[in-house]
Design a protein. Structure first.
Length: 131
């Protein structure tokens, strides 16, 4: 799922989805496209005033990298970086990395995707509101 996407206005939803599609379609791994990193949390800029609190995992499974993954925890429209919020999402980022670091096969990765209702880049395109 894509965090609190449904609570955003249609213009902001479009901006966020386009950013996620750009990250997914880019040749570089997701971690190389982040705006900044705060502890375990990857921050992606959407325009000048919106930030995605996320965690990128560049290769899954590690020995047979078929997938790249971006967990989006929260979409911050004000980009105020509240310390309590950052701490909460940093802990979730660490838990996700710990969880996926144990996956060793493509089948295990795909089972995780199914369990967390992961979205592909095509799913993101389908969610993109029409102009």
């Amino acid at each position: 799922s894509v965090s609190n996407l449904g609570s955003l206005g249609s213009d902001r939803q479009r901006q966020v989805l386009k950013k996620l599609i750009d990250v997914a379609d880019h040749e570089a791994p997701p971690s190389e496209l982040r705006y900044e990193q705060i502890a375990d949390l990857d921050i992606y800029a959407v325009g000048s005033d919106c930030r995605l609190y996320a965690k990128a995992v560049d290769s899954l499974p590690p020995d047979d990298a078929d997938y790249q993954l971006l967990f989006v925890f929260y979409i911050d429209e004000s980009h105020e970086y509240d310390n309590a919020t950052l701490h909460e999402y940093n802990e979730r980022a660490k838990q996700r990395v710990d969880e996926v670091s144990t996956l060793t096969t493509v089948d295990e990765v795909e089972a995780l995707f199914e369990r967390v209702n992961a979205l592909t880049v095509d799913d993101l395109r389908d969610l993109l509101p029409e102009s």
